[in-house]
Design a protein around this ligand. Structure first.
Ligand code: KDG
Length: 317
């Protein structure tokens, strides 16, 4: 039985060397990158049996995505197609005062036509946990329906469902996102939301504890995790609130921090550990991720534990 199955689009990320402009660069480095597969990578690297499912073009580019995930121990369960393309995104790294910029080139990606019946639904039903994010239903009407079907199928089979709001303003408006996401929430057990998205997209008010409590009450989530950047994270689980400070880090590449956090959190929960322990692993993995170029946390469990041991004083054990 697979511990965790994740579902979503994985793109190829193309980026010029640090500081160079897309307009003039002669070199582009490329890596596999997608919120849900980033979660699977972090979970797999920390010991979970993790699989990622999606639809990809049967081409060298689609196969590059698969090889980019398998190297981290993620099992891939892919629907191959001759229609549709491989989505990409361009990332130009910038320092102050020039921010980093992202250009999506994902229109017409093969995954946008993925229907429930062609995906490994039985595998989702048999897994311990299923994870997807708000990016997936934003990509097409078909994917909105497929996301709803998979969450419902998982829920019905007793597979725990995990969902990261992951709002992307380049894909939809806050109003559109809120309407769709709230229609999916009744089939979600664990909700992860950045405090900013809770306020700007889900229209929540109050302090993070109020936000978590309000969401848990309204949608009956078993666990709500609110991530707060440099302020750390907070989890509400079975009526108890747990706070986790952030770990200071030298940031080389912040993309994928939330996914690293959640993958690590899930790996510990799937191993039967409690929410405070899962939060600690999430926080240490997120901090390590920020020191690593690319969207995924190329970390080992030993590294995560040594960060936790060093932070012993600050982390509530
Ligand atoms: O969560 C990090 C993601 O932004 C990245 O990996 C790419 O999935 C991605 C997206 O849609 O932005």
């Amino acid at each position: 039985m697979t511990d965790l199955v994740t579902f979503g689009e994985t793109m190829l990320r193309l980026s010029p060397p640090d500081g160079e402009r897309l307009e003039t660069t002669d070199d582009l480095e490329f890596r596999a990158a997608g919120a849900e597969s980033n979660v699977a990578v972090a979970a797999a690297r920390l010991g979970a049996d993790a699989a990622w499912t999606s639809k990809l073009p049967d081409s060298p580019l689609g196969r590059r995505v698969v090889s980019g995930l398998r190297r981290h121990g993620v099992e891939t369960d892919v629907v191959w197609t001759d229609e549709g393309r491989q989505g990409t995104y361009y990332l130009e790294h910038g320092g102050k005062p020039r921010g980093s910029s992202v250009i999506y080139d994902r229109e017409g990606a093969a995954v946008t036509t993925a229907e429930t019946d062609e995906l490994p639904v039985a595998r989702v039903r048999e897994a311990e946990a299923f994870h997807t994010s708000g990016i997936t239903p934003a990509l097409s009407e078909t994917l909105e329906a497929t996301t709803a079907d998979l969450l419902a199928a998982a829920r019905k089979a007793g597979t725990k469902t995990s969902f990261d709001v992951n709002y992307r303003s380049k894909l939809w408006s806050p109003e559109e996102a809120r309407e769709t996401l709230e229609s999916l929430f009744p089939d979600v057990d664990l909700l992860l939301v950045a405090e900013r998205d809770a306020r700007d997209v889900l229209a929540r008010e109050g302090d993070p504890e109020d936000i978590a409590a309000g969401l848990a009450d309204e949608f009956d989530f078993e666990t709500v995790v609110v991530t707060r950047g440099e302020e750390g994270a907070l989890a509400l689980h079975d009526g108890e609130t747990y706070e986790q400070p952030a770990i200071e880090t030298d940031t080389l590449d912040p993309i994928g921090t939330g996914d690293a956090f959640l993958g690590a959190f899930l790996s510990r929960r799937l191993a039967g550990e409690d929410v405070p322990t899962a939060l600690e692993y999430g926080s240490a993995t997120a901090a390590l991720k920020r020191t690593i170029p690319g969207d995924v946390a190329v970390v080992t469990r030993e590294e995560v534990e040594s960060v936790l041991a060093e932070e012993g004083g600050e982390i509530s054990r």
